[in-house]
Design a protein around this ligand. Structure first.
Ligand code: GUN
Length: 299
């Protein structure tokens, strides 16, 4: 039987651990972890994501601060806000929601966040730590970190001898995912739009991660029998069968076909998605523990 990996359940488990460790931290006389979420502009999808991040932070017992800035905010003003948040002792994590408006240099903004508050794991210091295996002090981007927890629940922590194929080479998901799998002893291949015979390569994967942003691109016959399939994609497509103008969410994997071959597979929605927010909470908690000089919690 194929296991449908319940990301919602695992995310609830992670959040319950975060809540417990937050209560422990406060019980020891430390301040609650503080998360600042910054959004520039009115993109409706980003507004929804940011609102759910702020809400989850409150639910965890964190200090939750949201800065909603107008779309015409200058880069200088945004950099000043980040400098203020870097200096603010009540803030342990800073997240600037991407994408930013075109007139702002996202790279510059990300590199201005203090590495020890970079709970997105996008700063060069954290990217370098992950790349060199310094996982004890690194912040790892939330989506790959959450995907890794799902993989570990199926396969255990040591993935020695397993072939992993990551489809997608983004800085936010594909590259950090490959590094995490490598750190867990997988043999890793990163595939992308220029890869030759992608279906054949995908069929070599014991662990197949799809992170390309193309609806249902990974077909059932790309999946090796028994493989663990992690679908990072969240794509909205028209669903005329539900009524005129309706839409539905699908992943980068053709779920029904792939589930016939997979040993375990994440659904969309309800797979990787809920893990991303849970890991943002976990990273913020870790930041607060490290600031307090306490042992880094693991998830
Ligand atoms: N936009 C979409 N995903 C993310 C994310 O993980 N972090 C940030 N900061 N922005 C995003």
């Amino acid at each position: 039987m194929t296991e449908i990996i319940d990301g919602k359940l695992v995310a609830e488990d992670v959040v319950a651990t975060v809540k417990g460790l937050t209560a422990d931290l406060v019980g020891k006389g430390h301040a609650a972890p503080g998360l600042a979420v910054v959004i520039v502009g009115e993109d409706p999808a980003s507004q929804v994501y940011v609102a759910s991040k702020s809400k989850k932070a409150k639910e965890c017992g964190f200090l939750s601060v949201q800065h909603t800035l107008p779309a015409d905010t200058s880069e200088a003003d945004l950099l000043k806000l980040i400098a203020d948040l870097n200096a603010d002792k009540s803030i342990d994590g800073i997240l600037v929601q991407l994408p930013l408006p075109g007139h702002i240099d996202s790279g510059k903004v990300i590199q201005t966040i203090a590495p020890e508050k970079d709970v997105d794991g996008f700063h060069f210091v954290n990217v370098g730590k992950l790349g060199t295996g310094e996982l004890e002090t690194a912040f790892v981007p939330c989506t790959p970190a959450g995907s890794m927890i799902l993989i570990e629940r199926v396969r255990g922590k040591d993935l020695s001898g397993l072939n992993a194929v990551v489809v997608g080479r983004s800085n936010i998901v594909g590259k950090p995912m490959a590094n995490l799998l490598l750190a867990a002893n997988c043999t890793v291949t990163i595939a992308h739009s220029r890869t030759k015979d992608l279906p054949a390569l995908a069929r070599t994967a014991d662990i197949l991660v799809a992170a390309v942003g193309r609806p249902e691109m990974v077909k059932g016959d790309w999946v090796k029998p028994g493989a663990t399939v992690i679908d990072v994609g969240i794509n909205r497509i028209p669903a005329p069968e539900k009524g005129e103008g309706k839409s539905r969410l699908v992943g980068d994997v053709a779920f029904n076909e792939a589930a016939k071959n997979a040993g375990a597979i994440t659904p969309v929605p309800g797979g990787v998605g809920p893990m991303t927010i849970a890991l943002l909470m976990a990273n913020t908690l870790v930041s607060a523990y490290l600031k307090a000089g306490l042992k880094r919690p693991t998830f």
